[in-house]
Design a protein around this ligand. Structure first.
Ligand SMILES: [Zn+2]
Length: 254
């Protein structure tokens, strides 16, 4: 990985694991907003990634590693982005590497769909930095964006009320309707800009730390205003949770 140059004008540094539809669209918006990016994905751009504008990749990136394809796309869009790329899946990073990336980031975006790895990230990063977890369900008719903030919100496991990885609903299969994807990606970007904003600055107040689950209802029953409904949901920290429970903060960070 090449070192990311620090720019005083930058809005902040964001690490993105998984550059699929939501990851690539979020990354593009963040680049436009002058964030420094660290992106990781071991997959290559496929035909299905390019179909119907689901991802932000340009057609000419077919077959390229997604990390390289994203860098190429952003440069072609004329964005002077500071970006460091890893051609690796999240499971190919060591625990120490993931914690280190979290520690140097203002926020981490977990935009991939392997349930066990999402819970691994939750365990590794909950104490380290804010993490944003987008997801879709019911064929992308609804989506969610869960944010964890160290010691403030519930962790991912408690937010979703799950005990094991097989209970976790995640992005899975690329959904077909680009506006649904972009809506989740736009929400991710708003949350990240809120997380990175300096205290006291004028900022988007979409996220309420007490209600860290944003539920997006994309198109339930016809009318436009109902189809764009947003629900903010709260989640309690389970006192017995090994990640965010009463033991939080007592373990020495490795
Ligand atoms: Zn928890």
């Amino acid at each position: 990985m090449s070192a990311v140059r620090r720019s005083p004008a930058s809005q902040g540094q964001v690490t993105i694991f998984g550059i699929g539809s939501v990851g690539s669209n979020s990354a593009t918006s963040l680049a436009q907003m002058n964030y420094r990016l660290i992106v990781a994905d071991g997959d290559r751009v496929s035909e299905s990634n390019l179909e119907g504008g689901r991802s932000a990749f340009l057609p000419e990136t077919l077959g390229m590693y997604k990390a390289s394809a994203l860098e190429h796309t952003l440069l072609r869009l004329g964005l002077k982005v500071e970006i460091a790329t890893f051609r690796r899946m999240v499971q190919e990073f060591s625990d120490q590497e993931i914690r280190s990336l979290g520690a140097q980031s203002d926020a981490v975006l977990a935009s991939f769909d392997e349930s066990e790895q999402l819970l691994r990230l939750n365990g590794l990063l909950y104490e380290v930095c804010p993490v944003v977890y987008p997801g879709f369900h019911q064929g992308a008719r609804t989506g969610h964006v869960i944010t964890t903030i160290p010691g403030v919100t519930a962790c991912l496991r408690c937010s979703m009320g799950i005990r094991s990885a097989d209970q976790l609903r995640t992005l899975h299969a690329e959904p077909g309707f680009p506006p649904d994807i972009r809506r989740v990606a736009d929400t991710v970007v708003r949350v990240i800009s809120w997380l990175c904003a300096e205290q006291g600055s004028e900022t988007d107040r979409l996220l309420d730390p007490a209600r860290n689950i944003i539920f997006l209802d994309n198109r339930p029953s016809g009318t436009l205003d109902r189809s764009l409904s947003v629900h903010l949901l709260s989640a309690d920290r389970n006192q017995d949770c090994a990640v965010c429970g009463r033991g939080f903060g007592n373990t020495e960070r490795r």
